[in-house]
Design a protein around this ligand. Sequence first.
Ligand code: A2P
Length: 334
Amino acid sequence: MKGRRLAIVGATGMVGQEFIKILEQRNFPLESIQLLASDRSAGKKLYFNHQEIEVKETVPESFKEVDIALFSAGAETSRHFSPIAAKSGAIVIDNSSAFRMVSSVPLVIPEVNPEDIKLNKGIIANPNCSTIQMVVALYPLHKVNPITRIIVDTYQAVSGTGSAAVDELTTQTRQVLDGQNTIPHVYPHQIAFNILPEIDVFLDNAYTKEEWKMVEETRKIMHADNIAISATCVRVPVFNSHSEAVNVEFSRAMSPDDARRILAQAPGVKVLDDPTVSLYPHAWSAAGTDEVFVGRIRQDASHPNGLAMWIVADNLRKGAALNAIQIAEEMIKE
Ligand code: A2P
């Protein structure tokens, strides 16, 4: 297979580092790779396949010899550089929220809507981490028995906010254990030994933007505008992996056994569900893996057509870098 000329924008960040690891692990066909970040990181050395590569500042000229540009450097950087990269002939796969709800930009989970990739006009958006893991698990069920309503509560790791948040949780944890005061910088309140029901900004409808992303992105990816969705997104003092408690209402009743059977065969999903031996997904064991794990599947006692379940995935891998690289792999297949 012919190698592609690839650029990573945000190569020094949490997701950027994961891009590098996953490209190595999956033996992605490369002709060349450029590692880009802000001017703060220019000259820094990173390794790709044991080869030292110098990080360069992202400038408009960076994309002249690039086939695929993976972006994870925040929405502002994406808004500025993605159109420039696309105009230079690269296909951008953007992990930020900048273009997700733009109607001409496909929003893709390869296990769900790979056919949307070919509608791109130079930019493909990678969905929000919480949305990806929920939709990977729910779409196979939806195909068999259309979903009418979803209620989801998330328990999201700090790595989703970036490296500054990981440092903040580490520092604050030490400070609390040492009996010192903490001063929040990244989050509005202390995150160590705490739980914050605020991810991204509050909107006029009293939901947060993260919660509304789950509503809008889920409908766009599944091509299902009529699904009723309500989300509560919560930051927890966990370094990696997002967990979600999800209640789903179907058009008709679905038994937990049927759901387990369907999910056992679904791409990218692994069922871990045996309460007798405390087998269920959890954040610690999901970290560093590629699957979306589903467990605690049970009848929703409050509704005849309802199921409740617990969904966990590594937010930096399937929730971000892996999904973007799978999109690139699908493109190459085409
Ligand atoms: P840098 O390390 O030079 O600041 P994280 O979300 O883990 O904090 O990572 C954010 C990533 O986005 C980093 O690689 C960061 O680079 C990069 N980044 C931030 N601002 C810009 C920018 N204006 N241009 C290019 N990359 C940027």
